[in-house]
Write a protein that binds this ligand. Sequence first.
Ligand code: CA
Length: 226
Amino acid sequence: MTRVLIVEDEIRIARLVRDYLHQAGFDVLEAVDGPSALSLARVEKPDMIVLDLGLPGRDGFDVTRELRATSSVPIIMLTARSDETDRIVGLELGADDYITKPFSPKELVARIRAVLRRADATLGGGEVLRAGPLEIDLPKRRVTVDDHEIDLTVSEFDLLLVLARQPGRIYTRAQLLDAVRGVSFESYERSVDAHIKNLRRKIEPDPRRPEYVLTVYGVGYKFSDA
Ligand code: CA
């Protein structure tokens, strides 16, 4: 059974989410603060984490940062509607998606399913994409640079794949957002920049002078066809 860890200090919201996820057939773990979230994540290895940003003590940013040091478990952040900066920072730290409060539990379940679907998606028949020392093994969802395995989040992997499948093709941020999200909810294009920034940090020899994922100014991004 798919296990989701909910990290939320507001009991009312935590209960609502827990009940809804149970009904939707998920196994649910709960934490009310950062330290217990981190230890639960380490010990129980959930398939997905729904993480509130506003937590007492160590906040959701801290938790994301620490999780990402060792794990690419899918993370969906819960954020306040007003705060765009929070969302960008959260995505830059490696969250896969966010949902703004107040949200409908139904939408949260749809988002969780969309991210899990992407994480499990079987891709192509034995296809391996190569660009110099960069290798993308589709069936294994595995990326290596010079044979070193790179640990990418679901979103980073999917963005890289979309771009690398058609080198030289220019994608707008909106197109990339559509491509990495199974379901199209609100469109928030700067989130693509956050994921691209992380991706570059991981795969590019010099992230300030990208060789693989190139910026097309005023338009979006493309994979190098040089
Ligand atoms: Ca909170």
